[in-house]
Design a protein around this ligand. Structure first.
Ligand code: ZN
Length: 198
């Protein structure tokens, strides 16, 4: 949709039932999937995100886009960071987390569907991740750092899970007032931005 030469981008907000479904696997990568991926990459850029999952644009499919910055490489490094950082933005279908490390780390997460709220989430430090790109190439890497964090966060979206579900009681308490405001606001409004068409 276009408004005065500007294209409209919209993200589902916390409270939307579309964020709570288990997304369906992507079958054949056809033009409609490519178009969805392109639209999601634009949406991620317009909202300055580093990742976005299809349910966040209201689509019930296992497709994510990533734009994790190149300089986010963890100190320890990982084969996934070596191979993937620098290739983004990029879309992946049917991502799967094959295994998780025992070690866990905290990180202050945010989400385009939960605007302006950041909270500490404890997750495994490393994962083994498998996915396919839009050309059908299957990749599998051990990933750490912000990349692993982002992959876990986006994969959660495909299973209807949002980072605020994973908070400690203390963190939930800390952001309770903000969450209440968002719940009221989110029920009535969509999170929309406009970008000049090229
Ligand atoms: Zn998110």
């Amino acid at each position: 949709m276009f408004f005065g030469g500007k294209r409209r981008y919209q993200v589902e907000l916390l409270g939307s039932e579309k964020l709570r479904r288990i997304a369906r696997p992507v079958g054949v990568v056809d033009d409609s999937i490519r178009e969805l991926a392109e639209n999601m990459i634009c949406t991620m850029e317009v909202f300055n995100g580093i990742g976005l999952a299809a349910p966040q644009v209201g689509v019930d499919l296992r497709l994510i886009v990533l734009d994790v910055p190149e300089d986010s490489r963890s100190e320890a490094g990982s084969p996934g960071e070596d191979a993937l950082l620098g290739t983004f933005p990029r879309a992946f279908i049917n991502p799967e987390i094959v295994s998780y490390s025992g070690a866990q780390v905290p990180y202050n997460e945010g989400c385009l569907s939960v605007p302006d709220i950041f909270a500490e989430v404890i997750r495994p430090e490393k994962i083994v991740w498998r996915a396919a790109d839009l050309d059908g190439k299957v990749i599998e890497y051990e990933c750490g750092g912000l990349l692993a964090r982002c992959i876990m966060h986006e994969t959660d979206h495909l299973d209807g899970r949002i980072f605020v579900d994973l908070l400690s009681d203390a963190e939930k308490q800390r952001i309770a007032a903000k969450m209440e405001r968002l719940n009221k606001f989110g029920a009535r409004h969509n999170y929309v931005r406009y970008k000049k068409s090229l």
